[in-house]
Design a binder for this molecule. Structure first.
Ligand code: ATR
Length: 276
């Protein structure tokens, strides 16, 4: 049973909406597993108040923040220092203390790459990847794939201008079409298509015949756990990765930045799989 005292260190997530967030479950399970006197909560912070939340972190001695919609850009601008990923993306999903400085990180893309390695043993160095989407999540993934040595990163998106900007995040990036999927080692759905209550699964419009057994097909959507793309990929014999892996590994990277300790992945994963 968690006992909060005057010694307890505080971390949390800022966002709007944020009460649905699974991050408290994941991080508190990690603290419990390592018997750390830390607690993680959710702070509903309205649009426009991201920089004020960073100031509050400083004043109140909050150890770290996870940052979600709609604050990723404002927080990137408000921290003392940014990692190269945050500079490239203009978006920050984690603030950590380093001495007197508040440092902005973005663990989304590296979390995705770590999930591929942990869940299906894929090393993205040298692969040809097709990324569907060009929003915040897709941009983080494109940037991380480039830094991790992917050979080609082909961006496919409904809005062409956004695809162009996203492809520019890596010197191995270019804009392509769904036909490029046939020659890809890795296919990533980084759109909201397939999400429960989101755009229709038909929205991707990809021909399942383009999928094949030599591919890894990853979906960042985790509600539902098995998306229509994952079902189609399984039927095509591809290796499939669901969205919970990225959620877990981006959180694990934040946990490590704050505590300086290796994240207890099994306990954190189990909190996701068995939320109650
Ligand atoms: P996030 O930050 O979670 O990535 P986002 O920035 O809103 O969210 O991006 C959502 C992505 O899903 C975008 O690539 C978007 O395509 P556009 O850039 O053309 O808007 C894509 N997307 C959302 N709904 C879509 C739909 N019905 N058909 C095709 N693409 C869609």
């Amino acid at each position: 049973m968690l006992k909060v005292t005057a010694e307890t260190r505080l971390v949390g997530v800022i966002g709007d909406p944020v009460r649905h967030s699974r991050s408290p479950l994941i991080h508190n399970a990690g603290f419990e597993a390592l018997a750390l006197d830390w607690v993680y909560t959710a702070f509903p912070v309205r649009a426009g108040d991201g920089a004020a939340a960073v100031r509050a972190m400083r004043v109140l001695g909050i150890e770290g923040l996870s940052v979600t919609m709609p604050h990723k850009d404002a927080v990137a601008a408000a921290v003392d220092r940014r990692t190269p990923a945050v500079d490239a993306l203009g978006a920050c999903n984690c603030v950590a203390r380093e001495g007197d400085e508040l440092v902005g990180h973005n663990t989304d893309g590296d979390g995705f790459v770590a999930a591929l390695r942990a869940e299906v043993g894929m090393d993205v160095a040298g692969v040809c990847a097709v990324v569907l989407g060009a929003g915040g999540a897709a941009r983080a993934i494109i940037d991380a794939l480039g830094r991790a040595g992917a050979d080609r990163i082909i961006v496919v998106n409904r809005t062409a201008a956004k695809a162009e900007r996203a492809a520019e995040l890596s010197d191995r990036g270019r804009v392509g079409s769904l036909d490029d999927i046939a020659s890809a080692d890795l296919v990533v759905n980084a759109t909201s298509i397939g999400m429960a209550g989101g755009p229709s699964p038909a929205g991707i419009g990809l021909d399942p015949a383009l999928l094949h057994p030599q591919q890894v097909v990853a979906d960042i959507v985790y509600q539902p756990l098995r998306t229509p793309l994952m079902v189609a990929a399984e039927q095509a014999g591809a290796t499939v990765v669901g969205g919970l892996g990225m959620l877990l590994h981006q959180a694990a990277a934040q946990f490590e930045l704050w505590t300086g300790l290796a994240a207890p992945l099994e306990a954190m994963r189990s909190a996701l799989d068995h939320p109650c």
